[in-house]
Design a protein. Structure first.
Length: 122
């Protein structure tokens, strides 16, 4: 007598996992993050300039005059940086790339000027 193999019950195919619709990014864009980074740096520079101005007020004579001229130059560069930051915020996507490049050059120049100034007046 031959024994018949018992047929195995068919397993149900696993249900396909439902994919959630692709979520849109709700966080800040790279542009927004970059602008915030520059804004934070500008805030640091503003604080640095205030400290340097307070130090200049304690000087006298030629040192005060020389220090004041250099502070005026730093203030001018800081204002340029602030202007560029505003341009970055307002720029469209294509213009933003160009404005970002200009801003990076200005930030580097300002940073170098501050470092030079601080080194000279330790």
């Amino acid at each position: 007598m031959a024994t018949a193999k018992k047929a195995e019950p068919r397993k149900a195919a696993p249900k396909a996992a439902k994919k959630a619709p692709a979520a849109r990014k709700t966080g800040p864009s790279k542009r927004d993050l970059y602008v915030e980074k520059l804004k934070a740096q500008l805030d640091v520079w503003n604080a640095d300039l205030k400290r340097l101005e307070a130090k200049a007020a304690r000087l006298s004579g030629d040192a005060r005059k020389k220090y004041g001229k250099q502070l005026a130059e730093l203030e001018k560069r800081r204002q340029e940086g602030e202007k560029l930051l505003k341009q970055l915020k307002a720029a469209g996507d294509e213009a933003w790339k160009e404005a970002k490049s200009e801003a990076e050059k200005a930030w580097k120049a300002f940073t170098a000027a501050v470092k030079t100034f601080k080194a000279e007046y330790k």
